[in-house]
Design a binder for this molecule. Structure first.
Ligand code: SIN
Ligand code: MN
Length: 300
């Protein structure tokens, strides 16, 4: 897949490109069928909403789930990013954001590169987010909001918000958001499952809570130029990866061809000893939820 000069100019102007229906519903079914199994596991890579139960974001599934490993090596995602960054890329971060029906919480206004720079020591904004919709995204189920052109601001001042949601984020204040929106407006790309968005690490974005009865599962890959790898390891390796091996792409039909394998992900070869021990994640059951509740501070 090759981006045209017009698409490249649009990306430079707006900071994102939207590709409705980039993947077929059949390809998305392979991924979506795997999500309940992943979310039912009790592993540190799965961050729950403030209720302690609803899955909010699940990191690094490409290292242990066959369909998601294939997505992480998919040429329709990797090739355009290599083209823009003019270099091979490695996986800096991989997450499945649940934004579950009724309970999916807000993502405050932020820039991703603000976090990669401050927390991970990523030298430059030479990393790209690629989002793939596993569910239809509409105006009701918490679509992404972008401020077009805001990537041109570079890294803007942000505060570390540790309390609004269950997941800490470097967030922008209201006056700064207003200033940027006055210039660029707000867009909310919506479309059928299988749609894809590429967006610049400095693009200011967020998303509202999901009050609708429809899940809004989106997978995000963060692909970083090989020469731009992070130099600081403050966050767990399952959030900010320390494996800088360039991604080896699979054939275009990989999601539907069972003979094509995405695992093992290089650097994450299966550790048989760990698999046989207590380190194996427990399933998310009512009992596990009760144990977790017991550990949570009682709120008024
Ligand atoms: C993010 O910005 O990292 C997530 C936003 C979302 O999934 O709505
Ligand atoms: Mn983000």
């Amino acid at each position: 897949m090759k981006l045209t000069p017009e698409q490249l100019a649009q990306f430079n102007r707006d900071g994102y490109l939207f590709f409705p229906s980039m993947f077929s519903p059949e390809e998305m079914k392979v991924l979506l069928d795997e999500v309940p199994r992943i979310y039912s596991e009790f592993r540190p890579e799965i961050i729950r909403e403030k209720d302690g139960k609803t899955p909010r974001t699940s990191f690094a599934a490409h290292t242990y789930s066959e369909p998601f490993a294939k997505l992480g090596r998919h040429p329709r995602l990797v090739e355009p990013v290599e083209q823009i960054l003019d270099e091979q890329v490695y996986m800096h971060q991989f997450k499945i954001n649940g934004k579950q029906a009724f309970d999916g919480d807000v993502w405050q206004w932020h820039q991703d590169y603000g976090t990669w720079q401050r927390d991970d020591g990523m030298p430059e904004a030479r990393a790209m987010n690629v989002a793939v919709f596993l569910d239809d995204v509409n105006e009701y189920n918490g679509p992404l909001y972008f401020i077009p052109g805001s990537h041109k601001e570079g890294v803007v001042q942000a505060g570390h918000d540790l309390s609004t949601t269950s997941y800490p984020l470097w967030t922008l204040d209201g006056p700064k958001v207003k200033e940027l929106v006055d210039k660029g407006g707000i867009v909310a790309p919506k479309g059928p499952r299988g749609s894809m968005i590429m967006f610049h690490g400095c693009l200011v974005h967020g998303s509202p809570s999901n009050m609708s009865p429809w899940n809004r599962v989106i997978v995000y890959l963060t692909l970083c130029a090989k020469s731009n790898h992070i130099v600081q390891h403050k966050r767990p390796a399952y959030i900010a990866h320390r494996n800088f091996t360039p991604i080896a792409k699979l054939p275009d039909n990989c999601l539907l061809d069972a003979s094509v394998k995405g695992l093992p992900w290089p650097g994450h070869e299966v550790d048989e000893a760990a698999m046989a021990s207590d380190a194996v994640p427990k399933l998310w059951t009512a009992e596990v939820a009760k144990e977790q509740d017991a550990k949570m501070p009682v709120s008024a």
